[in-house]
Ligand binder design. Structure first.
Ligand SMILES: Cc1cc2nc3c(=O)[nH]c(=O)nc-3n(C[C@H](O)[C@H](O)[C@H](O)COP(=O)(O)O)c2cc1C
Length: 275
């Protein structure tokens, strides 16, 4: 199979192929697919190097919301960094979770965000919107500990309502959190669970009828793979209401009647042709 042949298989192949190719050349990847046809790719995690697992996972679990976390050390020095292994997990109580890895290349050194939350137990998740994307990206730079990423990105702060850690002044929405639990995962990562104790949203983005967030106006962004691509959230393309069981049963009868009618029509057409 030539490179051109595989690359021609589309977007997914473009992302997966370089990793598969690399894996095969040094013979270590857990790829167990139909290499001749490129039809089915199975990666056994036990045989797949960590970097490739990362590439595959973030390509498949996408888009992801981004937690732009402000946190402080005991001296009150501010830190800001984005985390996209993030989501809400429960609402009563309201719990959000994020995965924080160790510093790259470090030997068991947690990222500053994880250190700060461990020590002060408070943080703020600022919502990343299209207008703030570039500045968020500056905050992902591996500045030395103690550097205030917000200053580097030219951003200001505003006081939070419950926690001591400030939110980003320019952010249009933010969740104030207290650490609920931190779970060590393997020896390089941890999941930080936070209880949301207050939410800040600019008035213009709240529809008080719900209240609902006017997502089509807030313009939050989602992260795709690790190659620096992001998606908009203003492109909701369809509204699909949930189906109750009663509606499902009713629909089943209608679908059955429709399929009998179609069968009858096909039979009638065949009969006419023969006749
Ligand atoms: C959009 C985006 C999402 C990221 N998501 C994560 C993540 O989920 N987990 C992680 O450990 N690092 C993630 N990073 C990398 C961290 O932001 C980066 O390592 C940062 O320097 C950590 O800063 P800190 O040491 O001040 O906490 C992400 C980077 C970007 C740009």
């Amino acid at each position: 199979m030539t490179r051109t042949g595989l690359a021609g298989k589309g977007c997914l192949t473009l992302l997966v192929y370089p990793m598969v190719g690399a894996g095969l050349s040094h013979g270590s990847a857990g790829f167990d697919g139909d290499w001749a046809t490129g039809g089915r790719m199975n990666f056994e995690m036990e045989k797949t190097p960590a970097r490739e697992i990362y590439n595959l996972l973030i390509g498949l679990v996408a888009p992801r919301p981004i937690a732009w976390v402000t946190s402080m050390d005991e001296q009150g020095r501010l830190n800001a960094a984005p985390f996209s292994s993030y989501n809400y997990l429960c609402t009563d109580p309201p719990i959000v979770g994020m995965g924080v890895m160790d510093k790259p290349g470090g030997v068991g050194v947690p990222k500053d965000t994880a250190w700060n939350i461990k020590r002060t137990e408070e943080y703020v998740i600022n919502v990343v919107t299209e207008d703030l994307l570039e500045k968020m990206n500056v905050c992902a730079t591996d500045f030395p500990a103690g550097v205030n990423e917000l200053e580097m990105a030219g951003l200001g702060t505003a006081a939070s309502s419950v926690v001591k850690v400030p939110r980003i002044a320019e952010a249009h929405a933010a969740l104030e959190c207290r650490e609920y639990a931190a779970i060590a995962i393997g020896n390089k990562s941890r999941i930080v669970l936070g209880q949301v104790v207050a939410m800040y949203v600019e008035d213009r983005f709240v529809d008080m009828a719900g209240p609902y967030i006017k997502a089509e106006e807030l313009h939050a962004v989602g992260r795709m793979n690790g190659l620096g691509s992001y998606v908009r959230t203003r492109d909701a393309f369809v509204t699909v209401p949930r189906i109750s069981y009663a509606e499902w049963e009713k629909g089943k009868r209608q679908r059955f009647a429709l399929s009998r009618w179609r069968r009858w029509c096909r039979g009638a057409v065949r009969g006419l042709r023969r006749g």
